[in-house]
Design a protein around this ligand. Structure first.
Ligand code: SAH
Length: 222
């Protein structure tokens, strides 16, 4: 009857939530390489991750990708963009720019499947590199160094991340300075996410010591 259908729907919702949170933890506690293997070996789980992600973001007053879109629309459409961890290509669909979309598995036909620590683009070939809620692995220095490699000098790095992931924005900005990026603008006004803009000043310096970290984003049980 209706009641058992409702109960079943609720249970499925709970299970989806639990699997999403588990996967989310995996992505934050492994290198991007390991995460790539994990997800590639289990595409169904990956699809589930994305459903969980979409449900979470729907609850926010604004999708951070829309801030990136608005940023790009205020600049020349001739700028070439690389979207690291593009998900369903919301950014690419929202602008007229050429956008290279990278993710572990293809949620849409524009995606080039790869680990974002190693993208198939030549050195200095893009004007803007985007990370929208996608700085996840334990090797953030490698991922950001890869963005540095493909960006032309003077090019722009845009990071949109959940506000609560930053222990201290200054520390993160310091790590990026070491990786060849100068902070050029910070929008910390949104209570859910920060939008940080950096300019590529040069090549990354070799990284010593523990990699830069952002706190994992722990989604609440609903
Ligand atoms: N930028 C999109 C999706 C954010 S979810 C949006 O804002 O809607 C984070 C995305 O990063 C997921 O699609 C996930 O698959 C991707 N991702 C995580 N680790 C990755 C890696 N090592 N290489 C490529 N993509 C990765």
């Amino acid at each position: 009857g209706d009641r058992s259908a409702a109960l079943r729907a609720r249970m499925e919702q709970r299970l989806l939530g639990a699997r999403f949170r588990y996967l989310n933890e995996q992505l934050y506690s492994h290198s991007s390489r390991d995460a790539a293997q994990l997800l590639r070996s289990d595409p169904e789980t990956f699809a589930l991750y994305h459903r969980g992600f979409a449900q979470q973001v729907q609850r926010w007053p604004q999708h951070p990708a829309d801030s990136i879109i608005s940023y790009l629309r205020h600049r020349p459409a001739s700028l070439v963009v690389a979207d690291f961890g593009c998900g369903d290509c919301r950014v690419a669909r929202g602008v007229r720019n050429k956008v290279y979309c990278f993710d572990l598995l293809p949620l849409c036909p524009r995606v080039t499947v790869c680990d974002m620590a190693q993208v198939p683009l030549p050195d200095q070939s893009v004007d803007v590199a985007v990370f929208c809620l996608s700085l996840m692995g334990t090797n953030l220095h490698e991922i950001l160094a890869e963005a540095n490699r493909v960006l032309r000098t003077g090019g722009i790095l845009l990071v949109a991340e959940v506000a609560s992931r930053f222990e201290d924005v200054g520390t993160f900005v310091g790590a990026l300075a070491h990786l060849g990026f100068k902070s050029s603008s910070k929008d910390l006004s949104n209570s859910f996410f920060y939008l940080l803009e950096f300019t590529k000043t040069g090549s990354p310096r070799p990284w010593r010591g523990p990699p830069p970290r952002l706190k994992p984003c722990r989604y609440k049980r609903r």
